[in-house]
Design a protein around this ligand. Structure first.
Ligand SMILES: Cc1cc2nc3c(=O)[nH]c(=O)nc-3n(C[C@H](O)[C@H](O)[C@H](O)COP(=O)(O)OP(=O)(O)OC[C@H]3O[C@@H](n4cnc5c(N)ncnc54)[C@H](O)[C@@H]3O)c2cc1C
Length: 578
């Protein structure tokens, strides 16, 4: 085993080249396939135990489900109803860790109002559940819940129809920008020595007889193939798990896909000082504050079509509109919807008819010697999933080398930007004065970068023009686009518009106006020709067009066909079709 020194967390073009060269040359203790939150967490867990780690991600960090969630770090109030106390307790413990120690810059409190429709029993029933929820998670990281009368609830959420509630309960949970959290987990793994590369797809396993000894991969940027050798391989591929395990004859578990869509509407379309949680026939629906917007979601339907870019239908959007309008005094119309995003839940197949009833718990299993698969679970519990996967890896390594592997230390390992965050927050007015930025801008940057904001600010110090707002997405600074490519591993325009920033879900035009200016900043860092730059903008434009076309379709099949009209920017290279 290699004990790597602490190294830079920078993931720019030179670091990618260096990572690929190392991947071709070394034998790693662990090769992780998949750069969603589970894979990034696994790389971090393994690296901080002193193992040598390589991670390959086919698209971009968090490009799968991990950028498409409800963005809640929560125990899941509704699992209490299913009496799944172990799951809720575990998730609440993780919520506390993330809020206080691991990622206080990224995970923040959010409150929800639970409108009550029945006078006595429901207040007792919901109140008891929320009381349990507040007390199960260990040390208190969030304010306790409160019971509200109808007038008090309406003062807090005047946009609710007065006849939609007889009173309410307000409680707190955690909220995160999922794509940024996954990226920062990956960068933290890099800081502890993990070698990571995106746009690198595992196309098959290397075998020595039955034993899996690594993965064959294709660099989707150059079209080149290489072999990455590892003593143990981990598949953390979410809804792609079956695709990978099929290559070794399948695994003990299968992963089934359930589609969930969200849409965003402008903040002024729902007058409320808190998020909302509403009961539906099958599950719950959230109205979640997101900057100058609300995120409304989600749905839960089986999906068996495209994994990479699942599509929303008109029926999905109508379902959300219908349910949220039941409580709103001023109903939303289709014209209020700014953007729609779609994710696939990786659910362990349990033979149940309804995906809403399937467990969110995860499994770690060995489809072949040398190969560990980790799947299922939920965003909130990624650290536990990663720990369990690396515990299984450790058994394999110990058998091979006779050396015990240290226990997981990720519960004590703050993510990049967490160390010194509180001091940076306290100094924010000074930072604003020193840099000439608004305090609100500094606060926003701190919530995205934590104490690593200094790296962004030093770009601004070198090139003051980067303090300008990004044209087409004025909330962001030009420096953030540059930093996304120079430090955060962005390789394409949609990496920046969809995941490094959230312009794709925040701008009413889904990022079309920002595409050109952002692409110019990226071109300078990534060395694009003018033709490449224009192709990136054009590909992004067709992506938005295809999404919008899908959202007018009546069913999954036609929406999928419409969505697939847009080319995948990583498949545009003539040599890269896997
Ligand atoms: C609508 C919805 C709402 C949700 N809301 C919440 C919530 O509020 N809170 C919560 O805790 N959880 C939530 N979840 C669940 C949570 O988002 C997922 O459990 C989690 O993101 C799964 O992460 P993952 O890393 O396992 O999978 P993914 O994020 O999908 O990562 C898998 C990665 O593997 C890569 N990959 C696949 N094949 C290959 C290959 N051959 N080579 C290289 N890379 C490959 C993919 O590109 C992908 O990036 C929600 C899920 C959905 C769908």
């Amino acid at each position: 085993m290699n004990q790597e020194p602490t190294v830079s967390a920078r993931l720019g073009p030179p670091e990618r080249q260096a990572a690929l060269a190392r991947m071709a040359a070394e034998v790693f203790d662990v090769v992780v396939v998949g750069g969603g939150v589970t894979g990034a967490g696994t790389a971090l867990d393994a690296a901080t135990r002193g193992l040598s780690v390589a991670l390959v991600e086919a698209t971009d960090f968090a490009a799968g489900t991990s950028s498409r969630s409800s963005k809640l770090i929560h125990g899941g109030l509704r699992y209490l109803e299913q009496l799944n106390f172990t799951l809720v307790r575990e998730a609440l413990k993780e919520r506390g860790l993330l809020l206080t120690r691991l990622a206080p810059h990224l995970v923040r409190p959010v409150s929800f109002l639970y409108p009550l429709r029945h006078r006595y029993w429901e207040r007792f029933y919901v109140g008891a559940g929320v009381l349990l929820y507040d007390t199960m998670g260990g040390a208190k990281a969030l304010p306790r819940h409160r019971h509200l009368s109808r007038p008090a609830a309406l003062r807090l959420a005047p946009g609710l129809r007065p006849d939609a509630l007889v009173g309410a309960v307000r409680y707190y949970d955690g909220q995160v920008d999922d794509a940024r959290h996954t990226l920062i987990t990956a960068r933290t793994a890099a800081r502890y020595g993990a070698v990571l590369a995106t746009s690198v797809r595992a196309t098959g396993f290397l075998r020595d007889g039955e034993l899996v000894t690594g993965v064959r991969v294709r660099d989707l940027e150059s079209g080149g193939d290489l072999e990455v050798r590892g003593r143990q391989v981990v598949s953390a591929t979410g809804v792609w798990t079956d695709e990978l395990t099929a290559q070794v004859g399948g695994g003990e578990y299968r992963v089934r896909m359930s589609k969930g869509i969200h849409f965003t509407v402008p903040a002024d379309r729902i007058r409320s000082g808190t998020g909302l949680i509403l009961r539906t026939e099958k599950s719950v629906l959230f109205v979640i504050p997101w900057g100058r917007h609300w995120i409304v979601g989600t749905t839960d339907t089986d999906w068996e079509l495209d994994r990479a870019e699942p599509a929303a239908t008109q029926a999905d959007v109508d379902y959300l509109l219908d349910h949220v309008n039941r409580v709103l005094a001023d109903p939303l119309g289709p014209g209020d919807v700014e953007s729609v995003y779609v994710g696939l839940r990786p659910l362990l197949a349990a033979g149940s008819a309804s995906t809403a009833q399937l467990s969110r718990e995860h499994a770690v299993f060995r489809p072949a010697p040398g190969l560990v698969a980790v799947a299922g679970g939920k965003y909130t519990t990624y650290r536990v999933m990663a720990k369990d996967a690396v515990d299984e890896v450790a058994k394999g390594l110990q058998t091979e080398t006779g050396q015990p592997v240290p226990a997981s230390v990720t519960a004590e390992t703050p993510l990049l930007g967490a160390d010194g965050y509180q001091a940076a927050w306290n100094r924010r007015a000074r930072t604003a004065a020193d840099t000439g930025l608004d305090v609100a801008q500094v606060e926003r940057l701190l919530h995205r970068h934590g104490s690593a904001v200094d790296e962004v600010l030093s770009l601004v110090a070198e090139r003051p023009e980067l303090a300008e707002p990004l044209s087409g997405a004025e909330e962001y600074l030009a420096a953030e686009a540059v930093y996304a490519a120079s430090h955060e591993g962005a390789l394409h325009l949609d990496d920046v518009l969809v995941r490094r920033t959230r312009i794709a879900i925040e701008a009413a035009d889904r990022g079309l106006a920002a595409a050109n200016p952002v692409s110019r900043h990226l071109a300078a860092v990534l060395g694009w020709t003018e033709d490449q730059r224009l192709r990136e903008v054009e590909t992004y434009r067709s992506r938005v067009q295809a999404e919008r076309a899908a959202e007018t379709q009546p069913d999954d099949q036609s929406a999928n066909t419409a969505r697939r009209q847009a080319p995948d920017v990583r498949a545009v290279h003539p040599d890269t079709a896997a």
